[in-house]
Design a protein around this ligand. Structure first.
Ligand code: PNW
Length: 467
């Protein structure tokens, strides 16, 4: 047996999901629409016109799904709470039925020895916080508006009061980069706005929401609770070592990574980011007290990783389009990174994960890291014998877990790994066309079939080592 591929004793082996991607039951128990309900029902926004109306019907199949996790031998499960399910309309009183669902889910997980990691916000903003209802109640405006951060902190307190006695690990936000820059910049995610200034304002108010939310969590949770955030930092590589390509890398690194880790870890926005975006905004929406509010102690930093970015300087005069997810990154060209492609057309590059884990070990000294998402989409089919044979995914997972192991050997304090995803699910703008699950879902019958990669991962989780 290869001792080198053994993971630490307490390493958490998990899988991850998100509420809108799996729950369905969008009209039950007083749940109101989120921006993703509205977006997915808008023609042309999601491939095939798919919506999360039914998804994996997890809201009704919770017990079966927890049993499945137990059969797979998972030690941890990362899921998100649907804000409009527990606080319809995003302000005001909690919906007990919504909270009851998550209470029951957590109790079943704990009964099976599976540790929950709760993400408070995985993109399903209550619609009324984005657009004001016509009844004259306060205006929304979504993440570009400061009020949304205050509303988030209140919501965080509600969830902590309800399940804080039994959940140890809490992530405030999932991938604020996607919420800000895909939601308000490129418009490929909900709410589908394409305004570079709104995207930058959203990034700041998401940072503020994290800070205020973390404070609300700490006020409501027992001292043993661990509070963190899940980012999707991008390893940004320059196409060549030419100074202009290195400068393109610096600019994209600021917009992909340091716009979040600057305030979160260092208490300030990077000066180069402010300079690069100066033609768009003077950042006067950042109040003097905000950096201190955002820089809260982190008990873990969640890293979601899929693929790196490769950039170079674009020919003179090239401007970031109005619909770019990189506002202010004028004169940058993006290239396909080397490596095989998954069904998302994302290249397989496990070295990117080694780089990220080393980088955040250095930039966030003393903060344990969790890989809170990693996985791949492939074109899986159930064969005549009822099996899903997915050797590509096994290779992807093996390579990325080897990368985690390598990072640990090099000194990174990585405490766990959450495979994205437990189940095939609603893959945002791609609808149900992309399958990331360790478990195949037949959306016609809701039949779950463990893929060969799911069995393989189960072996890893049970043994704590890579074959
Ligand atoms: C993440 N991009 O999304 C999310 O956290 C998951 O909900 C999602 O299913 C998973 O990764 C797979 O996509 C991303 O375009 C979506 O850079 C898009 C991007 C990155 C992450």
């Amino acid at each position: 047996m290869n001792e080198l591929l053994r993971f630490p004793e307490e390493f958490l082996w998990g899988a991850a999901t998100a509420a809108y991607q799996i729950e369905g039951a969008v009209r039950e128990g007083g749940r109101t629409p989120s921006i993703w309900d509205t977006f997915s029902r808008t023609p042309g926004k999601v491939l095939g016109g798919d919506t999360g109306d039914v998804a994996c019907d997890h809201f009704h199949r919770r017990r079966e799904d927890v049993r499945l996790m137990a059969e797979l031998g998972l030690g941890a499960y990362r899921f998100s709470v649907s804000w409009p399910r527990v606080q319809p309309t995003g302000r005001g009183p909690a919906a007990q039925q919504g909270l009851d669902f998550y209470r029951a889910l957590v109790d079943e997980l704990l009964a099976h020895g599976i540790q929950p990691l709760v993400t408070l916000y995985h993109w399903d903003l209550p619609q009324e916080l984005e657009t004001a209802p016509s009844d004259g109640s306060p205006a929304g405006g979504g993440w570009p508006e400061r009020d949304t951060a205050y509303r988030f902190a209140e919501y965080a307190g509600i969830v902590a009061e309800a399940i804080g006695d039994r959940v140890e690990r809490w992530a405030t936000l999932n991938e604020p980069w996607c919420s800000a820059f895909l939601g308000y910049g490129s418009g490929v995610h909900a709410p589908g706005r394409t305004d570079p200034v709104a995207a930058l304002r959203a990034a700041h108010h998401l940072n503020l929401a994290h800070g205020l939310g973390a404070q609300a969590l700490r006020a409501a949770l027992p001292a043993r609770a661990q509070v963190g955030i899940c980012l999707n930092p991008s390893p940004v590589r320059a196409l060549t070592d030419a100074p202009e390509d290195l400068d393109a890398r610096r600019r994209v690194d600021a917009l992909a990574n340091r716009v979040f880790t600057g305030p979160l870890l260092k208490g300030a926005y990077p000066a180069d980011l402010l300079a690069d975006t100066a033609r768009l905004t003077d950042w006067s929406f950042v109040r003097p007290e905000d950096p201190a509010a955002i820089r809260q102690p982190l008990d873990f930093l969640g890293i979601n990783y899929y693929t790196p970015a490769v950039v170079s300087a674009a020919p003179d005069g090239h401007r970031a389009s109005a619909r770019s997810p990189w506002p202010g990154a004028d004169g940058v060209a993006f290239h396909r990174p080397p490596g095989e492609l998954t069904a998302m057309d994302w290249s397989v590059a496990p070295s990117g994960l080694v780089d990220l884990l080393a980088r955040y070990t250095a930039e966030a000294p003393g903060v344990p890291l969790l890989v809170t998402e990693n996985g791949a989409a492939y074109e899986d089919v159930v064969d005549a014998d009822g099996h899903v044979h997915d050797p590509d995914r096994i290779r992807y997972l093996h390579a990325h877990l080897s990368a985690v192991h390598e990072a640990i050997r090099a000194g990174a304090d990585v405490r766990g790994y959450f495979l994205w995803s437990l189940l095939d699910n609603f893959e945002w703008a791609y609808g149900y066309s992309k399958r990331f699950g360790a478990v195949h879902v037949d959306y016609g019958t809701q039949r779950r079939t463990v893929k060969s990669s799911g069995r393989w991962y189960s072996g890893v989780a049970r043994s704590g080592r890579l074959p």
